[in-house]
Design a protein around this ligand. Structure first.
Ligand SMILES: C[S@@+](CC[C@H](N)C(=O)[O-])C[C@H]1O[C@@H](n2cnc3c(N)ncnc32)[C@H](O)[C@@H]1O
Length: 484
């Protein structure tokens, strides 16, 4: 760790340990908004391949274009010989094992199994000195990661043990070289330390283990943000961070109520969050906010009061006008939403997009009767409608739903959050496509102001955004001049 501490000193960071959090990363100088605090290449990474992201991706850079399959294992793809060469030391070892796996077993080779196979391979190659270690890259930093083995239940433990056995079957190493218990523990480490690698628009591309970035703890009011530039994890300051402050990112979607966030963090990361937002739990402002985000609306459609469960458990009482909303009425609408949701997702997965639009619009209508206008469930339904309308090239409908989500985004995320910037970016793109140049300039300007802090300015994604804005500005100016 001394070696790592020395390397971190050069980037104005220091590792400390707090009894309630374990290891933490602190700043040793001030950081300005948008400044890179730390960046790290993955120790191991693997692209995703699932229903939501079915296309193959380059094993090294995650690109989905110009792909060629590895001719030996037929599992891994590369977009260029440069990427193939960069991955060669690790892949040549993995390739040998994968080529021996029979076709049936290959079908059940999930990204997490592959990530673990790569982790075992990298450890072995480090011991054999085929892959060198450095001050920031070494298996010893994987060993230092928290595993929460004592917190996981028997069922989970059994699952990890079964997965470890599958890894063993793939590796086919002699008994002396394999430690099933260590592999099972590493699965547990991946669950609370690995990061989803996303593109500039925060769409998931893969999973990576970044042992140094993994030292950073969580807050529901983070001062930093983790984004990816290809496979490189980059942590940027979202605000001014004074010297001596703990660097904090958010591990989960911070849009939920305090109860929801705390529950997710406890289930996945085994800690009780005591961040400045979470310590408000149970206070009147927090109760009100939770009821607005996740609770029901008043029976009187003209009243905008929030509802709390009544003491007799008959239903929910509006805190503004005192009306009772019957439990049974709420249950009936919720059941209807559930049943239409099942049909809607079925239509969507089977490619019947027009049918899916109708179903999601019905859900939206029911949710409008059920929830507050700032409801997170309602926002999620509208996000789905935006996605389907984009696929159907229904730009006008997509824009109107996008505009409806922005006030909710601005309420549930800090102003400087990348998701707020990206929603403005989406809105600006629709406005531009629909010829509303002035509105597009407004939306893209807000998007650029937010995203230059979270994403920097030099990535292809940010350069594209900047050039779109320039184009929109030039067109707006031209239109103004031609009106004169
Ligand atoms: C990715 S690791 C972060 C580094 C970790 N503290 C360590 O010692 O290696 C995630 C784990 O850190 C701890 N952690 C992260 N954020 C925390 C917080 N705000 N409060 C308490 N524990 C936290 C939890 O044990 C969690 O499972």
């Amino acid at each position: 760790m001394e070696e790592l501490q020395k390397a971190l000193n050069e980037t104005s960071l220091t590792i400390s340990t707090l009894p309630e959090k374990g290891r933490c990363l602190f700043t040793t100088r001030d950081f300005s908004p948008g400044e890179v605090i730390i960046s790290e290449n993955p120790y191991v990474s693997v692209p995703n391949k699932n229903k939501e992201s079915p296309q193959s991706k380059c094993e090294w850079c995650f690109s989905s274009t110009n792909l060629k399959k590895c001719s030996a294992c037929h599992v891994v793809w590369y977009c260029s010989s440069k990427c193939q060469k960069s991955d060669w030391k690790l892949h040549s070892a993995e390739c040998g094992a994968l080529s021996k796996v029979d076709k049936e077993r290959l079908k059940s080779l999930t990204p997490s199994l592959r990530l673990m196979v790569k982790l075992c391979m990298r450890r072995k190659l480090e011991i054999q000195k085929i892959i060198p270690t450095s001050a920031t890259e070494s298996y010893k930093y994987v060993e230092a990661l928290v595993s929460h083995m004592s917190d996981i239940d028997e069922k989970q433990m059994l699952l990890y043990a079964q997965m470890a056995n599958l890894v063993n079957l793939i590796l086919q190493w002699p008994d002396s070289q394999i430690n099933i218990k260590e592999i099972a523990e590493n699965f547990s480490k991946l669950a609370c330390n690995a990061h989803t690698i996303c593109d500039g628009e925060l769409r998931p591309l893969g999973t990576g283990l970044y042992p140094v970035v993994s030292i950073i703890n969580h807050s529901c009011l983070p001062n930093s943000v983790l984004v990816f530039e290809g496979r490189l994890a980059v942590v940027r300051a979202m605000q001014h961070i004074p010297k001596g402050t703990e660097v904090l990112i958010s591990y989960v979607d911070i849009a939920g109520s305090t109860i929801t966030r705390k529950k997710t963090l406890k289930e996945q990361y085994y800690f009780s969050c005591a961040c400045p937002r979470c310590i408000e739990l149970g206070q009147s402002d927090d109760i009100r906010e939770s009821a607005i985000l996740e609770g029901y609306r008043c029976k009187d459609s003209k009243c905008d009061g929030f509802l709390l469960r009544d003491s007799d458990n008959k239903g929910f009482i509006c805190q503004q006008c005192g009306l009772l909303r019957d439990k049974e009425e709420i249950t009936n609408i919720s059941k209807e939403v559930k049943s239409i949701s099942e049909k809607a997702s079925l239509s969507l997965s089977s490619g019947h997009k027009t049918e899916a639009v109708e179903a999601y619009k019905m859900i939206e209508g029911l949710q409008l009767q059920l929830y507050q206008p700032f409801s997170i469930n309602l926002m999620r339904t509208r996000e789905t409608l935006i996605k389907i309308f984009m696929e159907l090239q229904g730009w006008r409908e997509a824009l109107s739903y996008c505009r409806l989500t922005i006030p909710v985004y601005e309420r549930v995320y800090p102003r400087s959050h990348p998701l707020v910037g990206l929603q403005y970016y989406t809105c600006g793109k629709f406005e531009w496509l629909l010829g509303d140049t002035e509105a597009a300039v407004r939306s893209l300007t807000i998007a650029l102001d937010i995203l230059r802090v979270t994403h920097g300015t030099k990535t292809p994604f940010m350069m594209e955004l900047a050039s779109k804005l320039e184009e929109a500005r030039a067109e707006a100016l031209y239109m103004l001049r031609s009106q004169d």
